[in-house]
Design a protein around this ligand. Structure first.
Ligand SMILES: Cc1cc2nc3c(=O)[nH]c(=O)nc-3n(C[C@H](O)[C@H](O)[C@H](O)COP(=O)(O)OP(=O)(O)OC[C@H]3O[C@@H](n4cnc5c(N)ncnc54)[C@H](O)[C@@H]3O)c2cc1C
Length: 463
């Protein structure tokens, strides 16, 4: 039995936990991190952001080689899919990055404990089920146990034909027909991967729109573009069950014919991971959604116990978890630490990409806030023409009276990179006029951001 004392014990090594552990070590704390998976990096590195983006990239290359190179004058005689190599590349990227976190832990002298961490009373964490049990004493405990796929009543997950995004990252063959339950970003990203590789993809969504929570104008355009790519949608339909049947699966929808598919991907969101964590031993009660309640400094109701990332409220995003991890341990060490939740970007890595920061038009309308809106379409940008990707738009929402940026929403090529300018501008409290007056290199896609800012004031040049 290992016994050790730490200033901080972090439970979970996702982008919240591992970043917090490293920052705390930089600040001079003696840190231990408990992770029950053999690989560090959490959902994000192992079965989330990274492997999904690796497959999105590879499937896009395949699709490009097959469909979009000819107009560039590039003739490709025959293109074929080597799925095992594509999956192996993804696994190697994951291995490299998770191994990188191991190295960072060693460099920063973060002690790593393999096993399930359980809070066993004030200042005490026990590690079970790993190579060696351990009892850790800690001045501070940080819960960063993340989230897991949400279930849906009647949907019988079998880890094969009816499964979650984790399995969809490693289907051994391209499904003939993939049914995706849920039109959020995970369903649309994974649906895009398999669509590009040749599957028929049907997305079933309870709401009458895709990408709930995103700006409706942008989501409507996204739906149009996904349909144009051949993705099929059943919106406004309630899934009442799904199960494996023979070599395929069947999805039951209220008042509709059941849908037969080769595989079913359940992607209806994620729920916090608190099972077996022992939070009750220090008097913490998760809320009705299973989240751990915290205050603005990520303090739980238990003295010395903090929580960050997917396990608390807010957007379930890797960079949000990391920012909270840093703010939390900086607050512990220095008394300062802050996250600006108005400037957390969200990106959907489909083709085209979709990115946003700040308020949506619907939110501003609901709040009764007076705003001005500028929209500019990528088809008016020289670089978009050169790229051969002219779909999409930039939409900027600015305060009616002060012109301060309230929200920026982009659908179009490389939107995920373009949003960084808007995030920086919002962090600096910029106005749309500030963006309009910044010199943007020509020819770049970023010129569409400038033009949208000009459009807020009714003076775009290329529209
Ligand atoms: C398919 C998919 C794609 C995604 N793509 C993106 C994206 O592109 N961009 C983005 O920002 N976000 C993306 N996400 C979301 C992102 O992965 C999460 O928001 C992020 O990982 C949350 O970080 P976290 O540190 O809070 O928790 P996690 O990354 O979930 O890490 C928690 C860790 O804690 C461990 N753990 C849990 N309980 C215990 C315990 N009792 N003891 C020890 N260890 C424990 C878990 O094994 C896990 O490793 C994606 C998610 C999925 C599923």
């Amino acid at each position: 039995m290992t016994q050790a004392k730490h200033d901080l014990v972090v439970i979970g090594s996702g982008p919240g936990g591992y970043v917090a552990a490293i920052r705390a070590a930089q600040l001079g704390m003696n840190v231990g991190c408990v992770e029950n998976e053999p690989a560090l990096g959490g959902t994000c590195l192992r079965v989330g952001c990274i492997p999904s983006k690796a497959l999105l990239e590879s499937s896009e290359r395949y699709h490009e080689a097959k469909e979009t190179l000819a107009p560039h004058g590039v003739r490709v005689a025959s293109v074929s899919l080597d799925l095992p190599t594509m999956l192996k590349r993804k696994d190697e990227i994951v291995r490299g990055l998770t191994g990188g976190v191991d190295m960072l832990f060693k460099k920063n002298k973060v002690a790593r404990y393999l096993g399930r961490g359980k809070i066993a009373g004030p200042g005490r964490v026990v590690v079970e089920g790993g190579a060696e049990p351990a009892t850790l004493e800690a001045k501070h405990v940080l819960i960063a146990t993340g989230s897991k796929s949400a279930s849906l009543p009647g949907v019988a997950l079998d880890g094969d034909r009816v499964a979650t995004s984790t399995e969809a990252l490693a289907y051994p063959e391209v499904p003939g027909h993939l049914a995706v339950i849920g039109a959020g970003y995970i369903g649309l990203e994974m649906g895009s991967v398999w669509l590009r590789l040749g599957a028929k993809v049907t997305v079933i969504e309870y709401l009458d729109r895709v990408l709930p929570g995103m700006d409706a104008e942008i989501a409507t355009e996204a739906l149009r573009l996904f349909k144009r790519q051949g993705m099929e949608f059943r919106l406004g339909q309630k899934v009442t069950g799904a199960r494996a049947e023979g070599k395929g699966a069947i999805v039951a929808c209220e008042g509709q014919e059941p849908l037969r598919a080769d595989r079913v991907l359940l992607a209806v969101g994620r729920v916090p991971n608190t099972e077996g964590l022992g939070v009750e031993s220090v008097g913490i009660t998760p809320d009705e959604k299973g989240r751990i309640p915290v205050d603005e400094h990520y303090r739980t109701s238990a003295e010395g116990v903090f929580a960050i990332g997917d396990v608390i409220g807010g957007a379930m995003l890797a960079h949000k978890a990391s920012e909270e991890g840093v703010a939390c341990v900086e607050w512990i060490a220095t008394g300062y630490g802050h996250v600006n939740y108005n400037a957390i970007p969200g990106v959907v890595y489909t083709q085209p990409e979709i990115a946003s920061v700040g308020r949506t038009e619907e939110e501003l309308t609901a709040e009764g806030r007076a705003f001005r809106k500028g929209v500019f379409f990528f088809r008016g940008i020289g670089r978009s023409r050169a790229l051969g990707q002219i779909d999409g738009r930039v939409k900027i929402l600015a305060d009616q009276a002060t012109d301060r940026l309230l929200g920026v929403h982009i659908i179009g090529a490389r939107a995920g990179d373009l949003i960084a300018e808007a995030v920086a501008a919002m962090e600096f409290g910029a106005s749309s006029e500030d963006i309009a007056r910044i010199c943007h290199a020509h020819p770049t896609l970023a010129e569409a951001v400038k033009e949208a800012a000009l459009a807020v004031d009714g003076r775009p040049i290329h529209a």
